[in-house]
Write a protein that binds this ligand. Structure first.
Ligand code: ADP
Length: 593
């Protein structure tokens, strides 16, 4: 009945574990899919938000330069004289209010004369305009202005002179891929006559002159760009992104780089054009391009520079992959934890059930062990009260019986008490140097009656010169008594032979002493060998043949041996007897008086 119950319980437990495992697998697969989908969305969002930030940074950069140009730009000049005067006075005003007074490296006005355009350069310290030669690096600007001026002198082309386009851009329109890279940091802006002047004369709306701006590279790359990146890409605190800005020339030259930013251009997460003096409306408006909704970015062909951005982790894909792996690891961990908890709970419940069964067996066993001597004592006492009281031979016989059975009772109680104190950690008392041989002899002598009752022959071999051991003599006697009595109880059915051997296994070099107690009985089945040292455990044959015992003996033996720093193991094969091997450390040299 109990075996059937146990099997059913085991099957239910395993079914529960299997169901839980299947559930964990399903959850794992679902979670894996969700995490993959979420990662894809995160990757898309990160890219979008990075591109938006870059567009904002590009627009902010151009707007900042545009704002400075707008502050300097004469509004409308009807003559070259007013154009020059206004530029000087605007420059003075701008210099006294700006946060970046070194933004411009050179400022000049180009004014058309009778048959050529002459250049006046502003002395940025003295604030005065002086006639000067065209610098060679402004060749592109000079060519454009002179082409414009030449077109003005030809009546048939005059009406097609360069004017602001519909978006407010000026100069010849830049075709796709056509960049004015040769201008470097300089660009020009035409200044037209006032509105009242519009349409007057042969050329329609005509230029009074051109302002030429040349920006200071150091201010752009060391002050303006870092400021904008800090604001739009948040590269200060965590330095999330590595940034590289290069010219669009071939080969490109690096203008700006954040620390440790090698090969950013090759493996960039995103890139954008930057510095569009000739085709960015923000320049012309001189304001911030921050309307509602995401900022509109420059076309990929516009701009003189290119900004490349890469995440510090290597790439945005790497960041997403890392966070995906983390999520998967956490999910896997949680599922494993769930599974482990269920298995642990199951094992705990099963071992608690096993313990409860063992305790029931123990109570039953102890009750049985108590009942037999108590019945014998009770019957003997009854008999002694009657006629037998006058028969001295019978009195002696029953007296001896009472003495033997009460001795067994005492032993039983002693074993239970010892088990209780062993569990409370008080297994050993005083330890002293002991001779192994004398402990064995004393044990054999004390258990002579048991050995004789099962007609056993005891073969004792103790190697000469064994060192003493440091131990509790009473506890050690109990160890050998238990092993001897078990050999007599369970092993006498075979050869009625018990062997006790004491030796030093590794010769003189070893510090251990080995004591083996053997019998030639039926042995211990393999599946029982791992349990015989558990408290309350009794072998199937012991229960079946009703051999006296509580199942506490070997567990106490193990505890005592281990408390001495030793070990115990069993060797047994069916029908070839059993051998218990006890190893105890020899007493240290200093401990022997
Ligand atoms: P008890 O002897 O009271 O049952 P023990 O703890 O001393 O308890 O032994 C536990 C079990 O180990 C025994 O019930 C028996 O099945 C088995 N056992 C111990 N010694 C031997 C032996 N020498 N031969 C066969 N079986 C043994």
């Amino acid at each position: 009945m109990r075996i059937g119950d146990n099997r059913q319980r085991a099957i239910t437990s395993w079914l529960f574990v299997c169901a839980l495992f299947a559930l964990c697998c399903v959850l794992g697969v679902l979670q894996y899919r969700w995490i993959t989908e979420v990662s894809e969305t995160a990757r898309y969002r990160l890219r979008e938000s990075l591109q938006t930030s870059l567009t904002r940074a590009s627009n902010d950069f151009d707007s900042a330069i545009g704002a400075a140009c707008a502050a300097l730009r004469p509004s409308a000049a009807d003559s070259a004289q007013t154009l020059e005067n206004e530029l000087v006075s605007r420059y003075r005003r701008w210099k006294s209010t700006t946060r970046r007074p070194t933004l411009f490296q050179r400022l000049a006005v180009a004014v058309p004369g009778q048959d050529s355009v002459s250049l006046l350069t502003l002395d940025l310290n003295m604030d005065v305009l002086t006639p000067s030669e065209w610098p060679p690096e402004w060749r592109g600007i000079r060519d454009r202005i002179e082409a414009n001026f030449a077109a003005r002198l030809q009546p048939e082309h005059g009406a097609t002179g360069h004017r602001p386009g519909p978006d407010g851009a000026w100069g010849p329109p830049a075709g796709p891929g056509e960049h004015q890279n040769s201008d470097g940091f300089a660009f020009e802006e035409p200044i037209f006559a006032s509105a009242g002047d519009f349409g007057r004369g042969r050329f329609g709306q005509r230029e009074t002159g051109w302002v030429v701006y040349e920006l200071n590279q150091r201010t752009l790359t060391d002050i303006l760009l870092p400021d904008i990146l800090r604001r739009d890409l948040n590269t200060t605190s965590g330095l999330e992104y590595q940034v590289e800005v290069t010219t669009k020339t071939s080969p490109p030259s690096v203008l700006y780089q954040t620390a440790h930013s090698e090969d950013v251009a090759e493996k960039a997460d995103a890139q954008i054009s930057l510095f569009r003096p000739r085709d960015n409306p923000a320049f012309r408006r001189g304001g911030r391009d921050r309307g509602p909704g995401p900022p509109r970015g420059p076309s990929p062909d516009s701009g003189r520079w290119q900004m490349f951005v890469r995440h510090r982790a290597g790439s945005l894909d790497a960041v997403v992959a890392q966070s995906r792996m983390r999520s998967l690891a956490v999910t896997g961990g949680v599922l494993l934890l769930m599974l482990a908890t269920a298995v642990a709970l199951l094992r705990y419940t099963r071992s608690a059930q096993k313990l409860a069964h063992l305790q029931m067996d123990f109570v039953a066993g102890v009750s049985h062990e108590l009942r037999t001597p108590l019945t014998v004592i009770h019957t003997a006492g009854y008999n002694l009260q009657g006629k037998l009281a006058h028969n001295p031979a019978q009195v002696e016989k029953y007296g001896a019986l009472i003495q033997r059975e009460s001795g067994r009772l005492g032993e039983l109680v002693e074993q239970v008490l010892q088990f209780a104190s062993a569990n409370a950690g008080r297994i050993l008392k005083e330890r002293e140097p002991l001779s192994v041989e004398s402990v064995i002899d004393e044990t054999m002598e004390a258990n002579r009656a048991v050995i004789d009752s099962c007609h056993c022959v005891v073969e004792k071999t103790v190697d000469p010169g064994l060192p003493p051991i440091l131990g509790d003599s009473k506890a050690l006697r109990q160890v050998f008594e238990n092993l001897l009595c078990n050999a007599a109880k369970y092993g006498s059915q075979g050869g009625n032979w018990i062997g006790i051997f004491a030796s030093k296994p590794g010769g003189q070099a070893s510090s251990d002493i080995e004591i083996r107690v053997s019998d030639r009985g039926p042995g211990i089945p393999l599946e029982e060998q791992q349990h015989i040292f558990d408290p309350f455990y009794r072998g199937a044959r012991a229960v079946q043949d009703q051999i006296h015992g509580t199942g506490l003996g070997l567990s106490l033996v193990k505890k005592i041996v281990e408390a001495h720093g030793g070990s115990i193991q069993v060797k047994s094969e069916p029908m070839k007897g059993a051998e218990f091997i006890v190893r105890l450390p020899a007493a240290p040299a200093g401990a022997v008086g």
